[in-house]
Write a protein that binds this ligand. Structure first.
Ligand SMILES: [Zn+2]
Ligand SMILES: [Zn+2]
Length: 343
């Protein structure tokens, strides 16, 4: 029966108290409202590339609307011309002409989330082994109020700080990472969620954690918890919110303006004993090998063998709108049949 205490009750609203007369069903972690914008169905690489392109065009338009000409130009230039190292069937490396580093840029976000993963994953694995703790993904939510994004984020972060000071939390969690996710409902109210990868010392009844969350927030008991079976996938799921904090295509100029005001807000962090552990963590030989593999790809040039099929790589120059087309061609071609027509 331990397992059933790990899953959570689906609730329709943050305002309503949880009615827990019935046993919570298993595997009901995925609250539609929490992850709808992020979950999606599995899309192809060409679809994702096309979406990034659209997101960027939308952002450029909003920036121009706000007379943020410099930002619009930067976004427009970012990844506008690409040098693609390919065998015709696989892409070994994409080198962009320019990266804007803007926090909402979908191209730069992907790179940032990869960086975060390579920075934190080895330390997280090390922490688990060293302390014999297991990771869980915890989503903390709060009631909606009329407040701006900054106030909403501060409120949930403050609540989390209070939670960490409580005995129950300390008894059950040894540390972990947190990240913020912003969404907005159709009434324009902010829903800010805190995604926590928590290293759990032992099993506990989720209802106790709800009571604790209610005690620190004063009015919210809604949270979701699921065990993480694959740490790399779990971390990837959480850093996604850092690289893509909101559904930008539903974003208006006022939203962008508000976001620009959040410049220095932290979206990702560590807590508890994991914080110091990570700072002092020395990656093992295996970790180093993983990074060497990455640098191996970084050193590839035209004429080298494709790491996936050993065919010679050639350098393909594409504009940003041609990349989705190239992916499409790869996806629709029978094996061994792509490529040189692009040169
Ligand atoms: Zn960018
Ligand atoms: Zn290949």
């Amino acid at each position: 029966m331990i397992q059933s205490t790990l899953s959570t009750v689906l609730t329709t609203s943050d305002h309503l108290p949880v009615l827990s007369q019935s046993k919570p069903p298993l595997h009901t972690y995925l609250d539609k409202r929490v992850t709808k914008s992020q979950r999606g169905t599995k899309r192809t690489r060409s679809q994702r590339a096309r979406e990034r392109l659209q997101t960027k065009e939308h952002l450029v338009g909003l920036a121009r609307e706000l007379h943020e000409g410099e930002l619009a130009d930067k976004l427009d230039r970012c990844h506008s011309r690409l040098s693609v190292l390919t065998c015709g069937r696989h892409i070994a490396r994409i080198i962009p002409n320019f990266t804007c580093e803007f926090r909402l840029c979908p191209d730069c976000g992907r790179r940032r989330s990869r960086k975060l993963q390579s920075k934190y994953l080895p330390a997280m694995r090390g922490f688990m082994l060293h302390h014999k703790v297991t990771p869980v993904h915890l989503v903390l939510t709060q009631t909606h109020r009329k407040e701006n994004r900054k106030q909403s984020a501060k409120r949930i972060k403050d609540s989390f700080t209070k939670l960490q000071r409580r005995g129950f939390w300390k008894d059950n969690f040894k540390g972990g990472t947190w990240s913020l996710e912003f969404t907005k409902d159709k009434n324009g109210l902010h829903h800010t969620h805190l995604h926590v990868i928590g290293f759990r010392r032992k099993f506990f009844d989720i209802e106790f954690l709800r009571d604790e969350w209610l005690a620190v927030t004063g009015d919210s008991h809604v949270l979701h918890l699921k065990p993480i079976l694959d740490l790399a996938a779990g971390l990837q799921e959480v850093v996604k919110y850092v690289s893509k904090p909101l559904d930008i295509r539903r974003f208006g100029a006022a939203d962008l303006k508000e976001f620009l005001g959040l410049k220095n807000m932290r979206m990702f962090g560590t807590f508890g004993e994991f914080r110091d552990f990570r700072k002092g963590f020395e990656p093992s030989n295996d970790d180093v090998a993983m990074f060497e593999l990455e640098s191996l790809t970084r050193d590839l040039v035209e004429g080298c063998a494709c790491p996936q099929c050993s065919a010679p790589l050639f350098d393909l120059r594409l504009s940003k709108s041609e990349l989705p087309q190239f992916y499409e061609q790869i996806e629709s071609s029978p094996p061994g049949k792509v490529g040189r027509s692009w040169m």
